[in-house]
Design a protein. Structure first.
Length: 230
C-alpha cells in the first residue's frame, strides 16, 4: 500500500537523519593524519613558551606558567623543539617535523633516512635556526632548509662523498653557522662548512628568494595580472 505524501516525507526525513548520523560517526572514526592530538586548555591570550614534557609538546603561559595547549602524536615522542614567530617546530622520533601555533598543526615534513641516524643522534643539534625565517635541519647526509612560515623547502646541501655532517658539532658566528663535516682524507678547511639562510657561504653565489611569495599585481578593475612589458 502506497504511503500518503506526509508519510513519504517523514520517511525521507528519517533516512536523511540516519545518513547524516552515519557520516558523522565515520568522520569521528577516521584516523587523524600523522596521529596528531592537539588539545587546548585555555583561551588564546598572551605569550606562551613550549617545551617537551611527558612525551608531548606543551605550551605554558609565559606569565603564569599555566598550561595553554598540549600537542602529542600517537605512538611517538618529540626529541627536540625550537621556537619560530609565535610557533614551535618539533622533531619527532620517527623523523617527522611539525609546526604548530597551539591552535592547529600548520605543516608536516618527513626527514629521509631518519631511522638510520636519529635513534643514536637523539635530536641533538638537528634543528638550527638560520635567521630570516629559515630553519636548517642537519642530518649526517645532508642539510635541509625550510621556510618556517609554511614549511616550504628552500635548499638542500649534501655532505661531500666520504664525509658526514655532525649535527652536534656546530658553532654560531654572527649570522653564520659553522658546521663540522669530518672526512677521512681532506684538509681541515674542507671539514668545516659555513651556512646562512641562503645556503653555503661562498663567493659569487646566487641569492635565493626565501620570503613568502607576494601577490601578483592586478590591473584596476579587471582582476587579471598585469602583462610583462615587451
Amino acid at each position: 500500500m502506497a504511503l500518503p505524501p506526509v508519510g513519504r516525507l517523514t520517511v525521507a526525513v528519517l533516512l536523511a537523519a540516519v545518513t547524516l548520523g552515519i557520516l558523522g560517526t565515520a568522520r569521528q572514526l577516521r584516523p587523524v593524519p600523522y596521529g596528531d592530538r592537539l588539545l587546548s586548555a585555555g583561551p588564546d591570550a598572551g605569550a606562551w613558551a613550549a617545551r617537551v614534557r611527558d612525551g608531548a609538546v606543551a605550551g605554558h603561559d609565559s606569565r603564569t606558567g599555566a598550561l595553554r595547549w598540549r600537542y602529542a602524536r600517537a605512538g611517538h615522542r618529540p626529541v627536540d623543539v625550537v621556537h619560530a614567530r609565535g610557533e614551535v617546530i618539533a622533531l619527532w622520533d620517527d623523523g617527522l617535523l611539525t609546526d604548530t601555533d597551539g591552535r592547529s598543526v600548520r605543516w608536516h615534513r618527513a626527514l629521509p633516512d631518519a631511522a638510520e641516524w636519529l635513534p643514536d643522534q637523539g635530536g641533538t643539534g638537528v634543528l638550527r635556526p638560520l635567521g630570516r625565517g629559515i630553519l636548517a635541519v642537519v642530518t649526517p647526509r645532508r642539510v635541509t632548509a625550510y621556510r618556517t612560515a609554511d614549511g616550504d623547502l628552500r635548499w638542500v646541501l649534501p655532505a661531500r662523498a666520504g664525509c658526514a655532517f655532525r649535527p652536534e658539532g656546530a658553532v654560531r658566528r654572527g649570522a653564520a653557522l659553522l658546521l663540522a663535516q669530518p672526512c677521512a682524507d681532506a684538509a681541515w678547511t674542507g671539514q668545516l662548512v659555513a651556512l646562512d639562510d641562503l645556503g653555503r657561504i661562498a663567493p659569487d653565489r646566487t641569492p635565493l628568494g626565501n620570503d613568502l611569495p607576494s601577490p601578483a599585481p592586478r590591473t584596476p578593475g579587471c582582476g587579471k595580472p598585469l602583462a610583462r612589458p615587451r
